[in-house]
Every structure is written in structure tokens, then in C-alpha cells.
Design a protein around this ligand. Sequence first.
Ligand code: HEC
Length: 170
Amino acid sequence: MTRMLLSCHDAVFRVGPTTTQQTRYRIMKTIKLILAAATMTAIGAAYVHAQADVIETRQATMKTIGGGMKVLSDMAKGATTFDADAANVALASMAEAAATIPTVFEAEVTEGAKTDASTAIWENWDDFVAKAEALQTAASGASVSDEASLGAAVGAVGATCGTCHKAYKL
Ligand code: HEC
């Protein structure tokens, strides 16, 4: 009886460690694979996140420009009361935002978030920058003092949006 127990114990002792080691090795390998996959996913997610940030930043710049344009055109249409100061503030914000276009559009990013930016931007970079400068010049050069100058500002600044969008916005 004692002998049997002993031999049984011996058997477990002999087989036990080896099996445990193999199992541990397999578990460690699986954990390493899971961790590696998780790291890759995290790196991938961070990359997509960075791309989305680039797109969001340049779209925010365009939204500022669009917001300024809305102030001007609503005023020109008579939808809002004429206010020369408000019009000039809008023009200044548009000129300021336009000056950042070359920076916020510099990185060629067309994935990671929904974007209407055409790859033509980076194929014709100098022309794109020239079109951004045209907006900046028109916005900083305009000064609103009456309804006539407001109309002129809307026309001059507004023309630059279409020129660029036609060539570079999908
Ligand atoms: C130098 C080129 C350029 C000029 C000038 C320009 N835009 Fe844009 N605009 C773009 C591009 C490119 C996009 C697409 C950006 C994207 O989706 O990543 C865009 C997008 C927009 C958007 C959409 C932003 C959003 O929410 O996704 C608005 C609004 C806009 N522009 C308004 C204007 C107005 C108004 C003007 C003129 C006062 C103007 N833009 C001048 C290139 C330009």
C-alpha cells in the first residue's frame, strides 16, 4: 500500500514538472502574442488618431474661414444688421486663419477621418499655397466702412474660396 502510494507519487513527480513547464511555456507564448498584437493595435490606433487630428485641425481652420464668410454674407444679404466693426473682425479672423493654411495642410493626410481634401493639393503645393495667399491678401486688404465696401469685400474674398475649392476640394 505504501509502496503503491510512493510509486504513484514518483510518477506524478516525474511527469508533473515537465508538463507544467510546457504548459507555462505555451501560456507565456500566448500572452506574448496577445501583448504583441495589442501593441500593434495601439500603434495603429495612435497613427489613425494622429491622422484624424491633422484632418480635424485643417477642417477647423476652414470652419473659421467659413464662419467669417457667413458673417459677411449674412450682413450683405440684410439677414443681419450692418455692423462695420463685426465685418472687419470677421475679415481679420479670416486673414489670420488663411495665413495658417500652408501649415495645417502641409502633411499629406487623406485617411483616418472623412476628408474632402484632394491629393492634387500635394501634387501642386505651390499653387495651393498661392491660392491660400490670395484669400489672405483679399481678407487683409478689405476694409468695411459702409454697405458698398461690404459688398466689395464679399466679392473679393468670396472669389478666392471657389478658386481653391474647385481645384482642391473633392
Ligand atoms: C487654399 C485653398 C482653399 C481656400 C482659399 C479656401 N478653402 Fe475651404 N477648403 C479647402 C479644402 C482643401 C477643404 C477640404 C478640407 C478637408 O476636408 O480636409 C476645404 C473645406 C472647407 C469647408 C468645410 C470644412 C469642414 O467642416 O470639413 C468650408 C466650410 C470651407 N472650406 C469654407 C471656405 C470659405 C468660405 C473660403 C473662402 C472665404 C475657403 N474655404 C477658402 C481649401 C480652401
